[in-house]
Ligand binder design. Structure first.
Ligand code: SF4
Length: 936
């Protein structure tokens, strides 16, 4: 059969007035007809939508109102469009969108191929799948992004490129993609089938695997990943180390003309860094704990890594480094450990003795058995078919099975179905396992990088997840208390629990399939297993109904007792809530649901045991899925018992209801994590080094130490080596209305416009709430748009990472952010001229944890809320100056920093900068003079 390269195809793109195909209109059509790489024809026309274009659409596409007003009506071009695509498969990027507009405009498209879905599968690593990003990455010329013909032409190029990749897959992979696609009727399944049918398709698979994975090759790949030689203590003799202690080596490596200067471009020896490295060395060698606050630019990661690495490699010890964010984890493993290794080598140490590994929590690794089970037995819908195919392609080459390698985007929540998180009861050690490989590698390494989430899971499970270690370094240590609060608490969501239970029943549900496996193994077991499965199905149905009654009552209590917004109500469960009559109803509902959930768990356990006893290896994935559900049910049962009938005084509980498909949550968290952390982290023989840029409060570490239960060891505070007085201007427009006063939102918007104009549109503005951010975005976008300054906002324009990438582009931009942009953002040089803080970041007083913790103090506002806000304030400020040569202005729009007594605590928390209190009228000239160098 002729290949798809001989088919006539059309790549098409539409520009529209909005995203709703029933209300919005087409404003431009672009299409290119082609056969293989030969272009046959093109179509390009604007269309008059008979309505006003939004500024967003004008900004996005560059199509102006006058352009469309002068264009033909849709009825005048409809036939031409229909004729152009008639009888020919249509290719588009996110083609579902274009197809829905064609249909709503009376044109019926034929077969559809979506290049976005193709890219998601054929290029599993991403990093992004927008047409613009893909064309940039693949080097296609894309003259006019978001114009229909230009997008259609680049879609054609992308299609041909992806087709070539997919045609290169092994036959068994193509067959599997076809099979998964057929079950879900996806275009990709048809495409794979079309390639397989063509005359020049790959004839023979390289393996006879029915899942498309060559087990032998995968096993070899994992063994080679795992072939890290285990670490033998390096036996230095006196000659070799030339009588030097680790301390002497550290001084030499960090000192002037030392190994770091020799090996690292642009490195300058810094007294603060050396002081930290010496303190870390002392603490490690004496087996003591140490807290180090290290200002921006100290270079704290090398200051703890190099002493740790020297100690570990010379003495055969193991060091675990824990970070809060993936960014820092990746910086350590991708960069800083390499720098340390080079410095050691230059110094003459045996750097080949350094074995480093990154270890993540179970949820990050794919469980091959669960994936295989899903491929073989599921009846996937189109989304499942897509993620299973994507994982299939990725599994051809991944060495880690770590989902961090994948660009999952909208598929992220689905990954948990195939992750090792749910695979707690592995039936055997046989077969490829990425989790085991990662753990073996960590065991064989002397420096292991983890995150706080894994550290906390290890604590929650009483150990066993981390290799034994002698030194623990906790970076981003200001997050330790919140990480412990999150991970040692719980949140049971109504719909998640219901979804877990629904996996057990219905067409191809887990219970029925378990019964089938058992009956296949032993004829006599048929009746018994079918009986248990039938009972279990009935129990599941009753459990779902009773759990729904319980959650409905919880939702009623939450919404009746709070004035929550329309989207969400949240209620802290205090003693007075528990004494309401409706709480007794909730307890009765809980009792019913609890009995039924325990019954389901018991039935499931019986069937799992019987299925495991059949030793049918093809059922391993199914048993793992079953245990995963059992585990979720049991953990929900334990949490609900604690929250409803058996609360303890050491925890805080709350109910939260949300609209949409998000359901009700019943939550709990420890009120105080210090005792637990003290026992788990600080009460042993190992040395723990805690470090971060914002730990101390009012120059004291006492508050921090109390919060995490640390009573021994030393503290040091190291200021930043940067000259803030010279490079940072702090400006406070003191006559703005205070937050909460009339006119504050409007004044914020007006001032942001001034700041953006005076700072060449290199601005990051930090907000404390999404609604405040949204109000500002709406108010400033049209005004700044006219000045050629782009306004981008976290949420509306993408993830925090995307916002930062856009801000770093060479285009005047003001970025508006909340939460995650308050820290971890590292924009150096000209990318950021001004940082704006819209209001002081006080914790929300009605937040259940904040409310409960505030009550632990005599004066909750002064003793809890202000210190929390000051720490957050310092983190926000830290975004501005990221290198010695950076220069910028920090504008605080919340005048409480100068009008309230507590303001001085915020002021004192910053390094010494140049400060100006000005009227709002004087702000613009002040910022301009700062920028043009006339500032005095
Ligand atoms: S269940 Fe088994 S195969 Fe799956 S991740 Fe766990 S140990 Fe590995």
């Amino acid at each position: 059969m002729p290949g798809i390269h001989e088919d006539t195809l059309v790549a098409l793109d539409l520009e529209t007035t909005g995203v709703n195909s029933s209300n919005d209109h087409i404003i431009e059509v672009g299409a290119v007809k082609f056969v293989g790489d030969k272009q046959v024809d093109t179509l390009s026309t604007l269309v008059n939508p008979n309505r006003k274009l939004s500024s967003f659409i004008v900004g996005l596409t560059g199509i102006n109102q006058e352009d469309v007003d002068a264009a033909p009506q849709w009825d005048d071009v409809k036939d031409e469009v229909a004729d152009f695509i008639a009888g020919v498969p249509i290719i588009g990027h996110n083609i579902g969108f274009d197809a829905s507009f064609l249909r709503s405009h009376g044109v019926k498209p034929d077969g559809l191929y979506d290049t976005m879905s193709m890219a998601e599968i054929a290029l599993p690593y991403g990093p992004e799948y927008s047409l613009v990003r893909l064309s940039q990455r693949l080097g296609f010329s894309h003259d006019d992004p978001h114009r229909a013909l230009s997008d259609a032409l680049v879609t054609r190029d992308l299609f041909l490129h992806l087709l070539e990749i997919i045609e290169g897959f092994d036959r068994s992979v193509l067959e599997q993609i076809e099979a998964l696609g057929e079950k879900a009727s996806t275009p990709l399944g048809r495409l794979a089938g079309r390639i397989l049918e063509s005359d020049d398709s790959p004839l023979l698979p390289t393996s006879d695997s029915i899942t498309g994975i060559d087990h032998k090759e995968l096993g070899q790949r994992l063994r080679s990943t795992n072939r890290t030689p285990s670490v033998e203590p390096h036996k230095y003799d006196q000659d070799e180390i030339d009588g030097e202690s680790v301390m002497d080596s550290v001084k030499s490596i960090f000192g002037s003309a030392g190994a770091l200067e020799e090996t690292l471009d642009g490195y300058e020896s810094r007294p603060e860094q050396l002081e930290m490295a010496e303190a870390v060395t002392n603490a490690i060698e004496n087996g003591e704990h140490l807290v180090v606050e290290a200002g921006t630019g100290v270079g704290k990661s090398l200051a703890y890594l190099i002493p740790s690495v020297l100690y570990a490699s010379r003495q055969g010890k193991k060091v675990v480094v824990s970070t809060n964010t993936i960014n820092l984890q990746e910086q350590l493993t991708g960069k800083d450990i390499g720098i340390s290794s080079n410095a050691l080598e230059a110094y003459g140490d045996k750097s080949d003795r350094l074995r480093a590994a990154q270890l993540k929590g179970r949820a990050n690794y794919v469980c091959f058995k669960r994936w295989q089970n899903a491929v073989l037995s599921s009846d996937p819908n189109d989304v499942e078919s897509k993620i299973l195919s994507k994982l299939l392609v990725w599994l051809q080459e991944t060495e880690t099975g770590d989902r961090g390698e994948l660009a999952l985007g909208r598929l992220t929540p689905m990954f948990s179905r195939y992750s090792a998180q749910g695979a707690l009861m592995c039936p055997s050690n046989e077969g490829p396992c990425f989790l085991r490989t990662a753990r073996n590698k960590a065991n064989a390494s002397n420096v292991v990088v983890i995150n706080h989430a894994l550290l906390m899971s290890d604590i929650a499970m009483g150990g066993g997840l981390l290799p034994d270690h002698d030194v623990l370094v906790i970076d981003e240590a200001h997050h330790l208390e919140s990480a412990a609060t999150n991970h040692l608490g719980f949140s049971v969501n109504q719909f998640q629990l219901e979804n877990e239970l629904r996996q057990l029943t219905g067409h191809r549900g887990i219970l029925g399939r378990l019964a089938a496996v058992i009956s296949k193994g032993e004829i006599n077991a048929l009746d018994a297993s079918t009986h248990i499965a039938t009972q279990a199905v009935e129990a599941v149905d009753s459990a779902i109904q009773n759990a729904a009654v319980m959650f409905d009552l919880a939702a009623q209590i939450a919404s009746e007792s709070t004035r929550g917004s329309q989207q969400q109500s949240e209620l802290r469960v205090t003693e007075s809530v528990r004494t309401q009559p409706i709480w007794s109803d909730l307890e009765i509902a809980w009792e019913n649901a609890n009995t039924l959930l325990l019954g389901v768990s018991e039935h499931l356990g019986d069937l799992c045991e019987q299925a495991s006893a059949t030793k049918d290896s093809s059922a391993e994935g199914l048993v793992l899925d079953a245990y995963s559900v059992k585990d979720s049910i049991e953990s929900a049962v334990t949490s609900l018992r604690q929250a409803i009938p058996e609360p303890d005084d050491e925890s805080v509980y709350w109910l939260r209801t949300q609209t949409g498909n998000r359901g009700t949550n019943i939550n709990g968290a420890p009120l105080d994590v210090s005792t637990k952390l003290n026992q788990a982290l600080f009460d042993g023989a190992r040395s723990v080094i805690l470090t971060g840029a914002t730990i101390a409060y009012e120059k004291s570490f006492e508050r921090y130490r109390n919060s995490i239960g640390l009573s021994t060891g030393n503290d040091i505070a190291l200021g930043s080596p940067y000259d803030y007085r010279k490079n940072t201007l702090i400006a406070v427009p003191e006559d703005l209305p205070a937050p909460g006063e009339a006119g504050f939102a409007n004044a914020t918007a007006v001032t942001l416009i001034d700041i953006a104009r005076s700072s060449a549109g290199r601005v990051l503005a930090l907000f404390t709430s999404i609604s405040a951010l949204d109000n500002a975005r709406k108010a400033i976008t049209p005004v700044l748009g006219r000045d050629g300054i782009r306004v981008i906002a976290q949420g509306a324009d993408g993830s925090p990472g995307r916002i930062m990438r856009m801000l770093a582009e060479d285009e005047p931009t003001i970025a508006l952010g909340t939460s995650s942009l308050w820290e971890g953002v590292d924009l150096q040089g000209a990318s950021l001229n001004a940082l704006v803080m819209a209001r002081l970041p006080f914790p929300v007083p009605s937040d259940p944890i904040v409310a409960a913790r505030s009550e632990m103090y005599e004066d909750g506002f002064n003793e809890y809320s202000i210190p929390e806000a000051v720490q957050r304030f310092r983190q926000g400020f830290g975004r501005l100056i990221r290198s010695k040569t950076d220069r910028g202005v920090f504008v605080i729009l919340d005048n409480r920093i100068v009008t309230k007594n507590y303001g001085v605590k915020f002021q004192r928390s910053l390094p010494r900068c140049t400060v100006r209190r000005v009227s709002k009228e004087r702000l613009f000239p002040l910022l301009q003079s700062w920028r043009d160098g006339t500032f005095e």
